[in-house]
Design a protein around this ligand. Structure first.
Ligand code: BGC
Length: 388
């Protein structure tokens, strides 16, 4: 009998505890569904610095996970035609995997997106030599590009959560002149769009061409290759390249070539057309297209549709060109979060940028940035679904 009150109070206590854990679980679930930004530790870099992982969520349930190491988009979810959110990017399982070997998955690219021939350019009469890291050329900023540095991160909470990243690239880094202060802001919008705003200033004349190198596979979880994805590019002209993927300097009409994506076209349809020299050089698509419409204002650049999931991605940008790369160099050596290998053409990239090797082509839109000027660029990747 004497025990009864104790048992009762124990039961009550347990009940209370259960109720508490119920309500805290609900609160947790609710907070997980609420729009906003959350920060967690991601891991330690070889030099001892700590990288963080930021999870941005909008009210619709879309999430973007971004680390301040390389500004890498670690995952990005989008709904399919049944409302199921799945990751539509390629990504790795840990910070150490990204550090060990990352073919630029999700990363910010700088100072110069794509190639500079022989790693050399002349500006105001002075010749600069950059780090050579790609068949005699300079690619994606060199040995330690912006994809491999730790950015200072400032989370911005709200219905449209944002992550502001800042990095100062020292005068002479990778061979480039000038201290360059770069700010990149990722914003997860209410309308299931990820917006990327880039800004940079310098204290000496230099060249800048920033982009993001996310590999997309709209099947969700990279279930298979992207050859069935349907792509359109708002571009009448291609920037043809030589064998080492350096622009020849001329522009080429896409009409009647495998590069005509002015109407939505299945990626695999002409990707192996070995009679086309440009396809041969790229090993598929690995080229810049000149976007139609005014440079510097936001315009539709590309659409990607994946028929089985119904997912549609629209890319808008202020940049004058887009690099469409079909993962031709993926060879299964890098595995994803689920542990399976990412093979050739398991993803496509749509890198909005200026033309490759612009510093060596005075006729191309300039990539020179001078003290007192501000480099500005915006790209938006928006997700929705459509029925066939
Ligand atoms: C380039 C490819 C390169 C890939 C990964 C793309 O932007 O055009 O040639 O293999 O990035 O580095």
């Amino acid at each position: 009998m004497k025990l009864f009150p104790q048992l009762l109070s124990l039961a009550l206590l347990t009940g209370t505890l259960t109720m508490n854990s119920c309500s805290s679980k609900k609160e947790k679930e609710a907070s997980e569904e609420k729009p906003g930004i959350e920060k967690t530790a991601y891991g330690k870099l070889p030099d001892g610095q700590t990288a963080d992982l930021f999870t941005l969520r909008n009210a619709a349930g879309m999430t973007a996970q971004i680390t301040n190491y390389g500004g890498i988009i670690v995952s990005l979810t989008a709904p399919d035609k049944n409302g199921k959110f799945e990751d539509v990017t390629l990504g790795q399982d840990s910070l150490s995997s990204y550090v060990k070997n990352n073919p630029y998955f999700g990363a910010l690219i700088g100072r110069y997106g794509n190639r500079i021939a022989k790693g050399k350019f002349t500006l105001d009469g002075k010749t600069y030599n950059l780090f050579i890291n790609n068949f005699g050329n300079h690619l994606h900023g060199g040995k330690v590009g912006f994809d491999k540095v730790l950015w200072t991160a400032t989370p911005v909470d709200g219905d449209e959560p944002a992550l502001k990243l800042k990095y100062t690239s020292k005068d002479g880094e990778e061979g480039y002149p000038g201290n360059l202060t770069v700010e990149v802001t990722y914003t997860l919008q209410k309308d299931n769009a990820l917006k990327i705003d880039y800004q940079a200033t310098t204290d000496k004349p230099t060249v800048v061409n920033l982009t993001n190198h996310t590999y997309f596979n709209l099947t969700g979880g990279a279930k298979r290759d992207i050859l069935d994805h349907v792509v359109s590019l708002n571009a009448d002209r291609l920037i043809p390249v030589d064998k080492t993927l350096i622009p020849t300097g001329k522009l080429q009409d896409v009409a009647n070539t495998p590069f005509d994506f002015t109407n939505p076209t299945v990626v695999g349809k002409r990707i192996n057309d070995s009679t086309d020299t440009q396809i041969k050089y790229g090993g598929g698509y690995d080229h810049g297209w000149v976007l139609n419409g005014p440079a510097d204002s936001l315009k539709l650049a590309a659409t990607v549709y994946e028929p089985t999931s119904g997912r549609l991605m629209e890319v808008r940008t202020t940049e004058p060109a887009i690099q469409f790369y079909t993962g031709n160099f993926l060879d299964g050596t890098v595995t994803g979060r689920e542990g399976f290998p990412y093979k050739k053409r398991y993803a496509l990239c749509l890198e909005t940028e200026h033309y490759p090797d612009s510093p060596n082509h005075p006729a191309f839109p300039t990539t020179t940035l001078r003290p007192g000027e501000t480099y500005k660029s915006t790209t938006i990747y928006q997700f929705s679904t459509k029925k066939e």
